[in-house]
Write a protein that binds this ligand. Structure first.
Ligand code: GLA
Length: 372
């Protein structure tokens, strides 16, 4: 980088050990921030523009601070504009600046590149305005940008993990209260392998918003009989006694939510006890539920997970993130990781014609700010 910037601000991509499609139902989820991240190099420029450039793209874009609502259709720069607009609407001063963006989270991979961009952009704006960084507040404004600007009616998991993650720690985030417990990421002789099925996916075009709407419809029906404020508070017993009254599809969706909440509870115990067999089994069950009840997987992710699960050195594997493509995580015996990758690559290519790829990532901090 030839030019001089004042600060280097980063926010992380994330994986999710377990707790999928339950954040917007008030459930507990278990994400972790990873070392694939978005970095923003920033300096004030004395204008009323945010000038964006990228290390990996030839494009550059200039956002007028007084017209931030008008950039929704940009191919690149829309997430930054949405994040800046929500920050501005919350009453913060936006300082004109140059931002060089460097994103190592692969786009559309289910590793939350959009959250990393939104969170780091807001953190950079707050930094050059000499504001104190409040990661939870930034996460909430970034979520608002994803929902109101990018049009994905997402939960809080991605932005929270991107902002508040801690090195070597898994987060147990209660999405109803935003209480977060940090657990040590102790996997013993096992490692988590992140694999991209490389089937392009897009949460807006996918059925993400439709699934969320289905859970909301189911909640309304259940609330006619039971006093609960979110689906995650429905017990298995209550589900069994009320489910026959629900339309077939909604019943399947609720079954996923209730059973996934239970799996997160047990996975917490498994992680604390270092019981990797138990954790792996829960990953497999989570995938089966996402496939059969929530119906957010698809041919390619299913083939990738099946290849991984067929290996004795793999205790469990599942699709992570919004679904319909993107990445899986697999819990694999550390000394078998190379053979595992080789087998999965070949077998998945044969089954689907797509080439999988694997990411090396550590569990890392969320927002970081460095004075250059
Ligand atoms: C996407 C959303 C999250 C969450 C996951 C599914 O990543 O942004 O809020 O709903 O899907 O668990």
């Amino acid at each position: 980088m030839k030019e001089k910037y004042d600060y280097k601000v980063t926010a992380a991509g994330r994986i999710n050990i377990i707790g999928e499609h339950i954040d917007y139902c008030g459930g507990k989820v278990m994400p972790a921030a990873i070392s694939l991240k978005n970095t923003v190099y920033v300096r004030p420029n004395g204008t009323n523009k945010i000038n964006l450039s990228w290390t990996t793209l030839p494009d550059s874009v200039s956002l007028d601070i007084d017209k931030l609502e008008s950039y929704k259709d940009l191919k690149y720069g829309n997430y930054q504009a949405g994040a800046a607009l929500m920050w501005q609407r919350a009453g913060h001063k936006i300082v004109g600046c140059d931002m060089l963006q460097d994103c190592t989270v692969p786009f559309g991979s289910g590793l939350s590149s959009s959250a990393a961009i939104e969170v780091s952009t807001i953190a950079a704006l707050a930094t050059i305005a000499s504001e104190k960084i409040d990661p939870v507040d930034i996460a909430l404004k970034a979520q608002q940008a994803e929902r109101e600007y990018a049009g994905v009616n997402c939960g809080i998991m991605d932005q929270y993990a991107s902002a508040c993650g801690k090195k070597d720690k898994v987060m147990l985030l209660d999405c109803n209260t935003l209480d977060c417990e940090y657990l040590p990421m102790r996997l013993g002789d096992y490692s988590l392998v992140i694999t991209n099925c490389n089937k392009p996916h897009n949460l807006i075009e996918s059925k993400y918003n439709e699934r969320r709407a289905e859970t909301e419809e189911a909640l309304k029906l259940i609330q006619q009989k039971l006093d609960i404020d979110c689906l995650a508070n429905l017990t298995l017993k209550q589900f069994k006694s009320f489910s026959s009254g629900l339309p077939r599809i909604l019943k399947k969706r609720v079954e996923h939510v209730v059973s996934e909440c239970e799996r997160v509870r047990v996975a917490t115990l498994a992680l604390k006890a270092g019981n990797m067999e138990m954790l792996g089994g829960l990953l497999n069950k989570s995938h089966a539920s996402l496939r059969d009840n929530f119906e957010v997987t698809g041919r390619e992710p299913d083939a990738l997970v099946a290849a991984a699960q067929s290996q004795p050195c793999c205790l469990g594997s599942r699709l992570i993130g919004g679904g319909f493509g993107g990445c899986t995580i697999s819990l694999v015996k550390t000394n078998c990781v190379d053979e595992f990758k080789e087998f999965v690559y070949k077998s998945y290519l044969q089954a689907t014609g797509y080439k999988a790829n694997f990411y090396e990532a550590e569990i890392s901090d969320g927002i970081t700010v460095e004075l250059l």
